[in-house]
Ligand binder design. Structure first.
Ligand SMILES: *Cc1c(COP(=O)(O)O)cnc(C)c1O
Length: 393
């Protein structure tokens, strides 16, 4: 373990991911659901921006049972790094790539008889058994078998296909209100009851995402699919769960310009100084995954004080008004957003300013900022666009 400066990051804008907090959150979730409910950790979209490969061990070594992603490439990335971890693709995979699903031993979501036939045939040819989860649509109307008799017939037929093993069945809640949740839950459990009455084996039934697994314990079933809460992002409002935000997005002041009252900053002079002031330039922009529409609304934190981002945010740089922090100087650390301590904005505040949700704020973080993985303040590893960077020798 080492300090930040011992590792090459190639730039000053970095994302620190606190692995101890990811581990803590998973342990809290385990304590909440007990030992009989499995925890599927949702690490799609590069682990909500935290880096799926970087965080997977912290999850799986502290109580996670399964990793869930949205797409095949996300699944393959994880399987190449950790062949031993089970990975479920919750979305649909085009037929032409099903051989890759089999090759890497990935669990695949299936929502049609047609695709089940294709997968069964490929599995038989390859001499393997494909583990699948059936997606059942109880009202979200995204993917899934429609809730009807014909679907039960088709799922029963799939359960008899060679080369396939139904390892689970799942649905997804709209989370409109208690009444609509209950309606979906009842439709789901009724379909499960009727499938089981036909002799279909359904080992793992799951419905709840982060919010549902905290707010509606009665919908946890055999497994929860926890995304946001793994990262310490709280969207629930009825239940409670002590979790901690794991991500800090930070940079350093790399240029300071003194300007006179009336002078403007950045494209189109969308902002002009109303006093003589100092402008600090920060080497991050919207290409790092920071919302461009935060101009005129957002703050960053320098020396414990919030300073406004001024002028149009550029792709790779932005400017802040340092007028109220005269002691700020070149090289000062700047927290773009953190966990709310030390005067920083947390992800909840940033998402409100950007008029979006917390998952959107973190999942849009691009590959460009290096991820620095820390445990109790010490660096464990650094992942840049060029891969893992070792320590300076
Ligand atoms: C993304 C996703 C989740 C996790 O959602 P959170 O709100 O982040 O917990 C669960 N289930 C499915 C099907 C998803 O697509």
């Amino acid at each position: 373990m080492g300090t930040m400066s011992e590792y090459a990051t190639y730039r000053e804008t970095v994302i620190e991911v606190k692995l101890d907090r990811i581990a803590y959150n998973v342990e809290q979730i385990r304590a909440m659901v007990g030992k009989d409910v499995k925890i599927a950790a949702v690490v799609k979209a590069n682990g909500y921006g935290h880096g799926a490969v970087g965080i997977a061990p912290a999850i799986m070594e502290h109580g996670g049972d399964l990793l869930c992603v949205a797409t095949l490439s996300e699944a393959i990335e994880l399987k190449l790094a950790y062949p031993q971890y089970p990975v479920l693709i919750m979305g649909l995979t085009p037929d032409e790539y099903l051989p890759d699903v089999l090759q890497y031993g990935i669990l695949q979501t299936v929502d049609s008889l047609r695709q089940a036939r294709v997968l069964s045939e490929l599995a038989v040819q390859a001499g393997v058994t494909a583990g699948i989860h059936i997606k059942y649509d109880t009202g979200f109307h995204r993917i899934g078998f429609p809730d009807c008799e014909k679907s039960l017939d088709e799922i029963e037929e799939i359960s008899r296909m060679e080369g396939l093993k139904i390892e689970g069945i799942f649905s997804h809640l709209v989370l409109l209100d208690d009444e609509s949740n209950l309606k979906q839950y009842q439709a789901f459990t009724e379909a499960i009851r009727r499938l089981r009455a036909r002799g279909v084996t359904l080992p793992c039934c799951h419905l709840a995402d982060s919010i549902a697994s905290v707010d509606y314990p009665e919908y946890r079933m055999d497994m929860i699919r926890a995304g946001a809460i793994i990262y310490g992002l709280k969207g629930f409002h009825k239940g409670s769960l002590d979790i901690r935000q794991a991500l800090v997005f930070k940079t350093r002041i790399n240029h300071i310009t003194e300007i006179r009252a009336g002078e403007g900053v950045s494209y189109d002079f969308m902002w002009r100084a109303d006093r003589d002031t100092r402008i600090g330039t920060l080497p991050f922009g919207y290409a790092d995954g920071y919302p461009r529409n935060l101009r005129g609304k957002a703050f960053v934190t320098v020396r414990g004080r919030r300073v406004p981002i001024v002028g149009v945010l550029c792709m790779d740089q932005c400017m802040v008004d340092l007028g109220d922090v005269p002691e700020a100087q070149l090289g000062d650390e700047v927290v773009i957003y953190g966990d709310g301590t030390g005067g920083t904005l947390d992800i909840q505040e940033i998402s409100q300013l950007a008029e979006t949700n917390k998952n959107d704020i973190v999942s849009r973080l691009t590959a460009r900022p290096p991820r620095i993985y820390t445990k109790n303040g010490s660096v464990e590893s650094v992942k840049t666009m060029l891969g893992d960077t070792g320590r300076f020798q």
